[in-house]
Design a protein around this ligand. Structure first.
Ligand code: G3P
Ligand code: CA
Length: 288
């Protein structure tokens, strides 16, 4: 179970974070408009159960939480209600950090919900979505929440929760089967998802810490096989022998986060299936 295509896949990590505030709708929209086959997002949950796109545990790097809630600068995302997040500006920090490419429309951006992102991507028509469950151990039941959103949006049959093979809406079926992928460092969360909704594609992420926790690379590979998942490896541990071993085990291999064109070429030379990049635009230079 994984990405079907054997082509080299370049994934827009956090949208287009070098061109617009990461994980906001403009950041994702730019990547879609540039033709990214997939965008990647990080999902967490508010105190009142809304799934939102945000990477860090707290809000201070990517919002003005310091000004709006000075007593809650280091508080986790999970401690805020969604209506409180709406008071934050998730774009102004980017303009201040990147004055040469600042845009007035970035001021006052909201932290988007997962539902808003799915609506945008689905309307776009060709881009897929890789949803990373960020620290799902902090959010019991988040796997069900994600599947419930897909049910609500009509991508999954409410009764059976199976891939909507019998449904007439072929576009929705195609989106679910080919263009939504669930991903996490936490393999237990992905096993839960496999139980709830086996048809959803999965990518388990490995860095030195999580691979050690699995008991070494060979065990990590076995776990991914059992999970019927593909893998994404941190670039600093992705040696050619590991890539070969994973591919021989029938897994597709993705590498994160590659922001240098020549490094991308190097990894594609090692026959990886795809890379995650913050610089999708840069990676579009002629390849050969
Ligand atoms: O999917 C790989 C990558 O997104 C994991 O790292 O910290 O950028 O979410 P991070
Ligand atoms: Ca991520």
């Amino acid at each position: 179970m994984g990405i079907k295509s054997d082509n080299k896949i370049i994934i827009a990590h956090r949208g287009s974070p070098r061109l617009a505030p990461e994980l906001t709708l403009p950041s994702f929209r730019i990547a879609c408009e540039l033709g990214a086959p997939f965008i990647e997002t990080d999902i967490q949950r508010t105190n009142d159960g809304i799934l939102v796109n945000i990477h860090d545990d707290n809000l201070h790097r990517t919002t003005n939480v310091r000004d709006i809630y000075p007593g809650k600068i280091d508080e986790p995302v999970s401690s805020f209600k969604y209506k409180d997040l709406l008071k934050l500006d998730a774009g102004g920090w980017f303009n201040e950090k990147n004055s040469r490419i600042a845009k007035s429309e970035y001021y006052g951006l909201n932290i988007p919900t997962l539902e808003e992102l799915i609506d945008m991507v689905y309307k776009d028509g060709s881009t897929g979505l890789i949803i990373e469950l960020k620290k799902p151990e902090k959010y019991p039941g988040i796997e069900d929440d994600i599947v419930n959103i897909l049910v609500k949006k009509g991508f999954i049959d409410r009764k059976t929760r199976l891939s909507p093979k019998g449904q007439r809406d072929r576009k929705k079926r195609d989106f679910l089967e080919n263009r939504i992928i669930l991903s996490s460092f936490n393999n237990l969360s992905l096993f839960k998802l496999k139980n709830i909704q086996p048809e959803l594609r999965r990518i388990v992420i490995g860095n030195s810490k999580t691979i050690n926790k699995s008991g070494g690379f060979d065990k990590f590979i076995k776990m991914a096989q059992e999970l019927e998942s593909d893998i994404s490896l941190a670039a600093n541990i992705a040696s050619p022998w590991k890539i070969n071993m994973a591919k021989k085990a029938g897994l597709k291999v993705f590498i994160y986060t590659i922001n240098n064109f020549f490094l991308m070429k190097l990894f594609f030379g090692f026959k990886v299936n795809g890379i995650f990049t913050d610089r999708y635009d840069e990676m579009l230079r002629p390849f050969d």
